[in-house]
Design a protein around this ligand. Structure first.
Ligand SMILES: Cc1cc2nc3c(=O)[nH]c(=O)nc-3n(C[C@H](O)[C@H](O)[C@H](O)COP(=O)(O)OP(=O)(O)OC[C@H]3O[C@@H](n4cnc5c(N)ncnc54)[C@H](O)[C@@H]3O)c2cc1C
Length: 437
């Protein structure tokens, strides 16, 4: 039997990892990646495109802990991934039993990583006292895991895409406007592009990140298959990140810092706030506490959250209120000594969320040949090396029952109020008054 052709829509970590795994497993098959941005574009809208992302295995959920360890080991040991990984360690200020749970999982999984929960007073002295001025209000202890770190996200995305292309994957720069369906069988057969063309595939895999709910809504309308809509399963949401450029002297103090996390729970009403070591351009990054959806009428009577409809998702248009949020979260980490650090960048990064923060890696039940693999829920990058392995298992019906249940399209989902990372506001309420739409 001839092998099926694969059309992967979206070239972030979910799409590229899938293409890379597919072409290695089936070298002579037709695998096409389509994305609205060129893979080597100067700037991209993908959440996966960025300067740096945290790569850590400190999960208090054992399923993701195991998966993150698998991915981290590849980042650390595989020469393809190694150049992008920086093992700086992770410093996590815990306000719950987080550290205890993580350490328990690592022990259970037989890991010998250098991981410990330290009393606050002891932890503050580490790393030359870099986190002496951080906020420890309500902190129980600090989890220090020297095995974690960060990866050069955009660089790795470009490099792995290039490897996949060298192995035979085709890359098309185009926007998928709507899904196509076979008139006789009703199976998904490809996409119509915004430029008026179409792309075909026996298996169409949506890896479209934050744009997924809108694409499905438009396709439901266009095809007359209402069950395509994602409904309350997926919410597109944004988070602002900021970068400060350090002067040479300050850079020297922070150059070897670990990744830092301020951990909160749903009771604190705040998401965890992370900060990453400076890049070689001396830019130190962290993110804000506001996580917002952008709900608009995309069709008469149909409200869906999606990134702004400009070509670049308006990712560089960051309001004063969001910049203020960034400034406040910097203070949590670096205290008053950071107040005059010049900001070099603000960006809004859009991702697809589920209320449990689980991915969706599943056949779409509304049409044969259609699959969904996305919903990084603000933590998907670190799994880049292994995502495709599991997407291929899903395509072939071999995903373990445990993962199948976790990543299913249809499943019971927890109340989002229990998830402190779940979007808590609307972009429109965070815009400067003159810019409100
Ligand atoms: C501020 C922020 C910080 C984060 N930090 C971390 C971190 O430190 N560590 C970590 O592990 N994770 C982190 N994440 C999460 C991680 O970045 C995402 O979960 C992950 O990158 C999502 O990957 P994706 O492939 O689903 O989506 P994306 O990377 O967004 O890719 C989707 C792709 O689909 C394309 N696309 C969409 N619609 C269409 C269309 N209609 N036609 C053609 N192409 C289309 C887009 O152009 C894009 O390239 C962070 C996320 C954010 C927002």
């Amino acid at each position: 039997m001839a092998s099926p052709s694969y059309l992967i829509v979206g070239a972030g970590v979910f799409g590229v990892s899938t293409a890379y795994h597919l072409i290695q497993k089936y070298p002579s098959s037709s695998v096409t990646l389509v994305d609205r941005d060129a893979f080597d574009a100067e700037q991209r809208v993908a959440a996966s495109w960025d300067w740096n992302k945290v790569v850590r295995a400190d999960y208090d959920d054992v399923v993701y802990c195991k998966l993150a360890i698998e991915a981290q080991d590849i980042f650390k040991n595989d020469p393809v991934w190694q150049p992008y990984f920086h093992q700086t360690g992770v410093y996590w200020i815990c306000r719950s039993d987080y550290a205890k749970n993580v350490i328990g999982h690592h022990e259970e999984l037989g890991r010998g990583d250098d991981i410990a929960a330290l009393p606050v007073g002891e932890a503050r002295k580490l790393y030359g006292g870099l986190f002496e001025d951080s906020n420890y209000d309500g902190a129980r202890e600090v989890l220090v895991n020297r095995a974690g770190g960060w990866a050069a996200a955009g660089d790795s995305l470009r490099a792995i895409t290039k490897r996949a292309l060298d192995l035979g994957v085709e890359y098309v720069t185009a926007e998928a406007a709507s899904l196509r369906f076979d008139a006789q069988t009703g199976a998904c057969s490809g996409v119509d592009t915004a430029g008026g063309g179409c792309l075909a595939g026996d298996k169409v895999i949506l890896c479209t990140g934050a744009y997924t709910p809108k694409l499905l809504e438009l396709s439901a309308f266009g095809s007359g298959i209402p069950e395509l809509s994602s409904g309350s399963r997926i919410l597109a949401a944004g988070i602002a990140t900021g970068m400060a450029r350090l002067d040479e002297k300050t850079y020297e103090s922070y150059e070897n810092m670990p990744v830092g996390f301020q951990g909160y729970t749903a009771e604190h009403g705040k998401p965890f706030i992370g900060s990453l070591p400076p890049t070689k351009d001396r830019e130190l990054k962290w993110w804000g506490a506001k996580i917002f959806s952008n709900t608009r009428e995309v069709l008469p009577g149909r409200q869906v959250s999606a990134p702004p409809s400009t070509k670049d998702y308006s990712q560089w248009k960051v309001s004063r209120r969001l910049k203020q949020d960034i400034a406040e979260q910097r203070h949590l980490w670096y205290g008053s000594k950071s107040k005059d650090w010049p900001m070099s960048k603000h960006r809004i990064c859009w991702d697809a969320f589920t209320s449990s923060s689980d991915f969706i890696i599943s056949p779409h039940p509304a049409a044969k040949g259609l699959y969904v693999a996305t919903c990084g829920s603000f933590h998907g990058y670190k799994f880049f090396p292994v995502l495709g392995k599991y997407v291929v298992q899903m395509l072939e019906g071999n995903l373990s029952p445990e993962l199948q249940a976790r990543w299913a399209w249809d499943r019971e989902r927890p109340d989002s109020s229990l998830n402190c990372e779940y979007p808590n506001s609307e972009l429109n309420d965070l815009l400067d008054s003159a810019a409100r739409l």
